[in-house]
Design a binder for this molecule. Structure first.
Ligand code: ZN
Length: 255
């Protein structure tokens, strides 16, 4: 989680209120990052953060609010029944059915991210796992799933369950003909895996369009995965993006 001299330290909290505030701040910041990267498509896309006290509740974006406008005070708190218990805007039904099942199946997962980003969506039509083509791609080596059972927009709890089952204990899933999804032990980590998964899809699309890319051999891919694919590394990799967005757009912290 950074060297002793790094200004970036994984945060520790004296109480649950401070932890909740931090999670909400990172969640609002993650939406601004997704907005800046163009990961939105109309009203699609959601990132959730589990509440640190009410652990079967999560914080999520209001349906229809531009990612670039989201502030801490706009976030919705949703219970395990899919009811909005804090916030005024409507909830994206798909956000509830997918994310509630992932948060329930993976108690260590604090955050999950999904959107219809272009390269993830394009790659998802191939219904194949990504190859270890680059050092960055190795973060997903043996650690992402392909959910290849597309049956329309996700509005049923049953389908959310099937996505959570396909994800298993991995950090990411490619949802066929739909988009990509990532999880993490922090909002920062889930957001980082999303950013780098989207770019990994882009790189493989580019490389295959240009020729016949050479894969990193399995032993090296496995070794590299251990070096670049850990939860703490994912958190640390996200810090420059969060520093940038919080510096540029401090208004996102309004609560
Ligand atoms: Zn979707």
């Amino acid at each position: 989680m950074g060297s002793d001299r790094s200004p970036h330290k994984f945060p520790k909290f004296a109480n649950v209120e401070d932890e909740r505030r931090h999670r909400k701040q990172r969640l609002a910041a993650a939406f601004r990052i997704f907005g800046a990267f163009g990961f939105d498509e109309g009203t699609a896309g959601h990132i959730t953060a589990r509440d640190p006290e009410l652990t079967d509740h999560f914080w999520v974006n209001p349906l229809g609010m531009n990612f670039k406008h989201i502030r801490v005070k706009d976030l919705l708190l949703v219970n395990h029944e899919g009811e909005v218990v804090e916030g005024d805007w409507p909830l994206n039904k798909a956000a509830f059915v997918i994310h509630s099942q992932i948060h329930a199946a993976r108690p260590e997962v604090v955050a999950a991210a999904h959107s219809h980003s272009v390269h993830g969506k394009a790659w998802s039509t191939l219904r194949r796992p990504l190859d270890p083509l680059t050092q960055d791609a190795c973060a997903f080596y043996g650690d992402h799933a392909v959910f290849d059972d597309y049956t329309g927009a996700v509005f049923e709890i049953e389908e959310g369950k099937r996505i959570a089952d396909a994800l298993g204990d991995r950090k990411a899933a490619i949802l066929a003909n739909h988009g990509i999804l990532t999880v993490g032990r922090s909002v920062d980590e889930a957001a980082w895996w999303f950013v780098t998964l989207e770019r990994t899809c882009q790189v493989q699309l580019l490389a295959e369009a240009a020729g016949s890319p050479v894969l990193i051999d399995p032993d090296q891919a496995e070794k590299t995965a251990a070096q670049v694919g850990g939860s703490g590394t994912g958190w640390f990799q996200a810090q420059p993006l969060f520093d940038w967005i919080l510096g540029e757009q401090p208004g996102l912290l309004d609560e």
